[in-house]
Design a protein around this ligand. Structure first.
Ligand SMILES: C[S@@+](CC[C@H](N)C(=O)[O-])C[C@H]1O[C@@H](n2cnc3c(N)ncnc32)[C@H](O)[C@@H]1O
Length: 343
């Protein structure tokens, strides 16, 4: 199979899966239902399944997609591909070059467990232990929040800002979690030296793994503690060119309404920030001035309707010459940028 036919197959299958095209007639529907029942039985009863039929990559991909679709799991085709490529330890695109390859018993057993758990809303990133952020592969465990695509906008703005400044740039990433922001900035801006802090030791272990994975140990230092507390002036860098932070910002009311796959699996300490969701911003903004160089910037990820409240908190400090609230592509408040006055 050549590359273009693989890619055509990849997109074609994605399109059919999403759009539900080629609608079948009643007889075809009945046959499909019976065959789905049989497949469900064989897949969920591993011993029978293994004895009786060979599961190829294509068959598995289709079946897992349907299984997850029926359970209203987000992006079922993508999830199926991630689960399968995770278990087979291969790239997603490579699944499409090996459609007819049978999957062996050991892998099938592992997949069987993961698919069931995905069907019960457990996030795929936790199941396969990795995710992609800013085009980088990162390790993930349930100790840290799964990096979100929205946060890539914060990274983009941070890199743009750093590129306007000459020489080595000192950056602080508060609430680093998996280390996604620090790693993405360091990978894309070689002159950055970064201190990243988090209150959760287990999350910092994940960050340490990611720093090592991307060979950034000489440029990212991880510290354990509450916001700026672990930074020891004199020993560590005292003042930064840029401080970035994606803190917990979910309010009490929002927390109750979170989707099951978030509320039941992601750490509450990574999400919840008091009655109005502003607790961490208040404490951070109160102290931030002493850690910023003149003309340095603070960049915060914020909740979809927190722009006004965060702007007010920043204005009250009197430390910033310029404050900007930026919306994301879904028209939600997303990034607050504040430029410290230059003297
Ligand atoms: C929303 S997650 C963000 C993780 C990561 N920066 C990202 O963008 O995916 C917030 C992180 O803040 C950490 N955290 C919560 N309270 C903190 C505090 N007071 N000081 C430092 N880190 C804190 C949590 O452990 C969690 O890892």
């Amino acid at each position: 199979m050549n590359t273009s036919s693989v890619i055509t197959k990849y997109y074609e299958s994605e399109r059919l899966c999403r759009c539900g095209e080629n609608k079948p007639n009643q007889t075809q529907l009945q046959t499909q239902r019976l065959s789905k029942l049989f497949l469900a039985f064989t897949f969920l009863c591993p011993s029978y399944n293994l004895a009786m039929q060979a599961w190829t990559i294509q068959k598995l991909l289709n079946w897992i997609t349907e299984y997850l679709t029926e359970r209203s799991i987000d992006s079922p085709r993508l999830s199926a591909e991630l689960l399968l490529s995770g278990v087979l330890e291969t790239k997603r695109i490579e699944l499409y070059t090996q459609f007819d390859k049978p999957v062996d018993k050991r892998q099938l057993d592992k997949l069987h467990d993961l698919v069931k758990r995905a069907g019960q809303n457990e996030p795929v990133a936790y199941l396969i232990g990795k995710t992609e952020f800013y085009s980088l592969e990162l390790n993930i465990t349930a100790d840290c929040m799964i990096p979100r695509p929205e946060t890539e906008l914060l990274v983009q703005r941070a890199i743009e800002f750093l590129r306007t400044r000459p020489g080595t740039q000192l950056v602080c990433d508060l609430c680093t979690g998996s280390g996604c922001i620090a790693v993405a900035i360091a990978k894309n801006f070689p002159d950055a030296r970064i201190i990243a802090t988090d209150i959760c030791d287990a999350a910092l272990n994940v960050a340490a793994g990611n720093v090592e994975k991307h060979q950034l140990k000489d440029r990212i230092k991880l510290l354990h503690g509450d916001l700026f507390d672990p930074i020891i002036s004199g020993l560590d860098v005292g003042k930064f060119d840029l401080i970035v932070c994606n803190p917990p910002y979910v309010s009490a009311a929002e927390y109750e309404k979170l989707d099951k796959n978030v509320k039941d699996y992601e750490p509450k300490s990574a999400l919840f920030a008091g009655a109005d969701g502003l607790d961490i911003y208040r404490r951070l903004i109160e102290k931030v001035d002493e850690f910023l160089k003149p003309d340095a910037a603070l960049m915060l990820e914020i909740g979809y309707a927190q722009g006004r409240a965060v702007r007010e908190l920043l204005e009250q400090t009197g430390a910033f010459a310029e404050i900007k609230i930026e919306k994301d592509p879904h028209n939600n408040d997303r990034i607050a940028t504040a430029r410290r006055i230059s003297s």
